[in-house]
Design a binder for this molecule. Sequence first.
Ligand SMILES: [Mn+2]
Length: 199
Amino acid sequence: MYQTEQNSHVYAYAYQIQKEGKTLCGDSFLIKATEEYFICAVADGLGSGERAYESSSAIKEVIEEYHAEDVELLIAKSNEVLKNKRGATVAIFKAYFGQNTFTFSSVGNIRFVLYSPSGKYIYPLPVLGYMSGKPQKFSVHTYSYEPGAKFILHSDGLNIPAVKSLLKDHQTIEDISNHLEPYTKSRQDDLTYVVGQLF
Ligand SMILES: [Mn+2]
């Protein structure tokens, strides 16, 4: 399945497909734009099937409820809702159109890259592990972006050899998603990606 979100500040395209043979997807995502900000989250529930879905969809729901809050609070809430659940990895990206900044936080193997038109990449190093409701410290960082910047967030079900050049070499989000299509066929794991552009 896919979903798009857009206004004059952002265009985002999300694609998701579950692991072969499964009816439920263990990954969840959220994309939402307002006039002030864009928020995007991808969560990968540990394992696959129902218990994975339970964890990742709990994160999606809490971010949906509190999307106006800052990323520090959202990552802490995401951890809290995993109490007595299996656990998940998560990444949260929130861009503020007025300041051309974005805040990013993640735990685990959700990958994120942002490419600005001047050639600058922002590629926060992943924090190893996962969240399971136990108290932990989260690293949350704010960066600047240039209008025209393109980004991708994806779960580990998507294996692409050169994610950086993918953003650089393709002009539009549609070009990027077309290029990714063959990589969505193996279905060894639940797969989610969000690609987008900030204007
Ligand atoms: Mn996975």
